[in-house]
Design a protein around this ligand. Structure first.
Ligand code: ATP
Ligand code: MG
Length: 187
C-alpha cells in the first residue's frame, strides 16, 4: 500500500442484525495485532460482564509496554437505560456525557490509532447525546485516527460523514425461537 494514501476512516456498523459490536471488536483485534493503539469505549454498557473485557485485558497486558497501553476497553454506563423524555434517569445522562467527554478527548488527542465508540448510536437515538456534537468531533479529528461507531439506527448525518457504513441485516436470530443469550456468542 502506498504510504501517502494512509488515512483515518470513520466506520459505522449499524442495522438490526447481530454483529455490530463483534465486528468492531474484530477490527480492534486486527489493529492491535498491527501494533496500533486501540481504545474501546462502551456506551450504555456496564451491567453485564462481557468476555471481551477479560480477553482484551489479557491481550493488552501481552502487547503493552509499561507506558504504552496498546489496547484498552472500558464500559462507560450501567447497562439497561430507561428512555423516553422525562423518564431518562439523570444518572444515565450523566454517564453518557462522561463517556462522550472521554471519547471526544481521546479522538482529539491523537494518542489512539483506533477509537471504538460501541453502542454510541443508541445513546444518540435515545436523545441522550447530540449527533451534531459527535459530527463536530469527527470532522475535526486528527487525520490518521480511525473511529468506529456501533449501534442500530445510526443518525443520517453521521452516515453521511462516514467512509464505510455496514448495515447488518437480520436473516434470523436464535432469540426468535426463545433461545436466550449464549455465553461466548452474545456476552
Ligand atoms: P453483538 O454484540 O453480538 O455483535 P450487536 O452489537 O449487533 O450484537 P446490539 O444491538 O448491540 O447488537 O445488541 C446486543 C445484544 O442483542 C447481543 O446479545 C445480540 O445477540 C442481541 N441481538 C442482536 N441482534 C439481535 C436481533 N436481531 N434479535 C435479538 N437479539 C439480537
Ligand atoms: Mg452492540
Amino acid at each position: 500500500m502506498n504510504e501517502t494514501s494512509r488515512r483515518g476512516l470513520i466506520v459505522i456498523n449499524t442495522g438490526p442484525g447481530k454483529g455490530k459490536t463483534t465486528a468492531a471488536l474484530g477490527t480492534a483485534l486486527r489493529a492491535a495485532g498491527n501494533g496500533m493503539r486501540v481504545l474501546i469505549l462502551q456506551f450504555l454498557k456496564g451491567s453485564w460482564h462481557y468476555g471481551e473485557l477479560d480477553a482484551i485485558e489479557a491481550l493488552g497486558k501481552a502487547l503493552s509496554t509499561a507506558d504504552d497501553p496498546s489496547i484498552v476497553i472500558r464500559q462507560m454506563g450501567r447497562g439497561f437505560v430507561k428512555v423516553g423524555g422525562a423518564e431518562t434517569d439523570p444518572e444515565d445522562l450523566r454517564l453518557v456525557e462522561e463517556a462522550w467527554n472521554e471519547a471526544a478527548q481521546a479522538i482529539a488527542s491523537g494518542e489512539w490509532d483506533l477509537v471504538v465508540l460501541d453502542e454510541i448510536n443508541y445513546a444518540i437515538g435515545y436523545k441522550m447525546l447530540s449527533p451534531e456534537k459527535v459530527a463536530e468531533v469527527l470532522r475535526s479529528k486528527p487525520e490518521m485516527v480511525h473511529v468506529i461507531l456501533t449501534g442500530r439506527n445510526a443518525h443520517p448525518s453521521l452516515i453521511e460523514l462516514a467512509d464505510t457504513v455496514t448495515e447488518m441485516r437480520e436473516v434470523k436470530h436464535a432469540y426468535q425461537k426463545g433461545i436466550l443469550a449464549q455465553r461466548g456468542i452474545e456476552f
